[in-house]
Design a protein around this ligand. Structure first.
Ligand code: NAD
Length: 310
């Protein structure tokens, strides 16, 4: 059934892919984005855009209220955030303002306007350095960066709200997402950064010894999980959307080398604060409850990127 959907952060990497995907399924799409890291060129002429800084709704929520009511919004995807771990270390006040205070003000307006479902994009960074691998939803949370703390803080606020509102809340803890439209000039997108350096035949810099591992999932698989969230009926739940596959940075570079013929050795730099050593997440619970599992291997995903396929 056609829905009226609001996506915050819909001009960014994951959000803009989600806009295109949901439009192709026939939904009406509305976006709030301040274009701080999102790009105008990502925007789809079939969606309606509000270029607005969500921080403003801490003081005055009328602008958001009007959007929700005028467009009769059924479902909200809240993706807008500052997703930069190192900005969160250097300027935690700014990141708390966007990721916690503005998010709280925003969800409170959504509740006031009787939004039925609210899906929040959280992160594997809420776990901190894992006590066991692969992590699952029961793994203790102990973030190593203010970014992870802000995401966990807002998750906990949603958990509190489940007893105080009729809105349903779904929390997705994303792994390292990569794919079409990821920016190589922002700090988080290692795959995009490697691809960009390789295309320009530049050196690749690795922080640490390259043996740190991550769980990379193609944005196309994340879109199918986000789509399945539309039909999820529980009042509150949290899902870890990993692939159960860990890959070191060295292995990632080897995949690129195999596919592109790039042959330079990387430059190794000191480890950075806030970087965890290892992360891999299970998806068993998402498989059981959402019938979701990732379908694209990292090697195939890189080949798609190199071939310019979405
Ligand atoms: N990409 C990943 O690997 C990954 C992993 C874990 C979690 N996440 C989460 O998924 C979400 C989307 O991530 P992404 O990679 O697409 O990042 P992104 O930076 O491309 O997208 C975030 C979007 O939010 C917008 N935005 C930021 N602050 C805003 C504000 N105050 N008001 C309005 N709009 C604002 C930005 O302009 C941008 O378009 C984020 O919440 C991020 O924390 C991403």
């Amino acid at each position: 059934m056609r829905k009226n959907i609001l996506i915050t952060g819909g001009s960014g990497f994951i959000g803009s892919n989600l806009v295109d995907f949901l439009l192709s399924k026939g939904h009406n799409i509305f976006v709030i984005d301040d274009l701080s890291t999102g790009l105008k060129e990502n925007e789809n002429s079939l969606a309606t855009y509000y270029h607005y800084d969500l921080v403003n709704c801490i003081e005055d929520s009328k602008y958001i209220e009007d959007i929700l009511i005028n467009h009769n919004i059924d479902f909200v995807y809240h993706l807008a955030a500052s997703a930069d771990i190192f900005l969160s270390i250097n300027n935690p006040e700014k990141v708390y303002k966007i990721n916690v205070l503005a998010s709280i003000a925003f969800v409170n307006v959504c509740i006031k306007c009787n939004i039925k479902k609210f899906l929040f994009a959280s992160t594997s960074a809420v776990y901190g350095e894992p006590q066991y691998l692969p992590v699952d939803e029961q793994h203790p949370t102990d973030p190593m960066s203010p970014y992870g703390l802000t995401k966990l803080g807002f998750e906990q606020y949603l958990s509190y709200l489940k007893l105080h509102s009729d809105t349903s809340f779904i929390i997705y803890r994303f792994p390292n997402v990569y794919g079409y439209r990821q920016r190589p000039d922002l700090e988080g997108g290692v795959v995009a950064i490697f691809q960009d350096a390789i295309e320009k035949n530049n050196d690749i810099k690795i922080f640490g010894d390259g043996r740190q591992t991550r769980d990379w999932v193609d944005v196309v698989d994340i879109l199918s999980a986000l789509d399945k969230g539309l039909g999820f009926e529980k009042k509150f739940d949290i899902f870890s959307l990993g692939s159960n596959t860990k890959t070191s940075l060295t292995m990632l570079l080897d995949y690129f080398k195999d596919i592109t013929g790039y042959s330079k050795s990387p430059i190794y730099l000191d480890e950075r604060d806030g970087d965890i050593k290892h992360m891999v997440m299970r998806y068993d619970y998402a498989k059981k409850e959402l019938d979701w599992e990732p379908s694209i291997s990292l090697r195939d995903g890189i080949r798609k990127l190199v071939d310019g396929v979405k």
